[in-house]
Design a binder for this molecule. Sequence first.
Ligand code: ZN
Ligand code: ZN
Length: 355
Amino acid sequence: MNYPGRQAALRQALADRGVDALIVVSPANVRYLTGFTGEGLLLAGETMLLSSDSRYRAEAKVAQVTETVCEPKGHWAGIARLVREAGYCRVALEAQHTSVAALEDLGKELDSVEFVPLRKAIEPLRQRKSEAEIDLLRRAARVTDKALEDFLAGGPLRQSEKLARLDLVRLMLERGAEREAFETIVACGPGSAEPHHTSRDTLLEGPAPLKIDLGACVAGYCADLTRTVYLGTPDTTFRKAYTVVYEAQQHALEAVRAGVAARDVDRAARQVIEEAGFGNNFGHGVGHGVGLEVHEGPRLGATSEDILEEGQVVTIEPGVYLQGWGGVRIEDLVVVRCDGAEVLSQAPKSGPEEL
Ligand code: ZN
Ligand code: ZN
């Protein structure tokens, strides 16, 4: 990974905002800038200074930082020492990730330093992925696809949602994931009507829709995939909902291209769903950016102001949710290219004619 390039881009952004350095709290942002995967805080300025502790010596050794300090009083005490030693006057904080308590403590410790809360200092830099990052996301998608395919091929019937989840996680780990990127969702029957269902003791048994949303994490990069199948012979409700969601997703995938407004991609899917009479059954946005975190920018929703850019990696995941019956969602991971969407997810999704 091009850590020097990332660090230089941040330095420029900080100079533009007239601050000497930024205290980086978000683990994903620390990892993005330095490759450090342990617990710690980063003082990012002219140099990269890490405040961690002895538990993360191995991780600190490979991190792209100038120096690591281990302050017995804790990571924040280490940061205070580093700010004092560097002689910084204006120091930025990550407004979304820094606690009020940490800010109060720093103010007491460093009363001559001006602290400037910044929203999203690093996140915008993370949105456009390099080809090396896209390769990792492609690998994560492949592991995810394979795990789901093997799970479905094994005949997932008569076990609970919770144990099915465990199976899926095991399959992802066996195929090279370092962890699940988020808590895998296995939802059967009426539970699949909740977009973010928590897997329970409900048995996987038909006739019912089965919705699975999972993602492998490879070298820090997250995949995100949803497929919905029917256990038993699909009923008319499933056929109708599935056909609509499938077509909505096709429309949204066709709308993806660098330079397009993210809300227009949402619109492309939403229009199909509204015209089929399911407008009130699709409450969430059509997608989100994915990378070191499973939810990051850009946001693909009806009110998004984001414009898609080459190299962004996003999900396209329309759904229809019918209370008391269940839900259908189809989600793919795609790269935004100048000439359209490059779909990374390869897990089969039956077209409506195959149901
Ligand atoms: Zn998902
Ligand atoms: Zn998603």
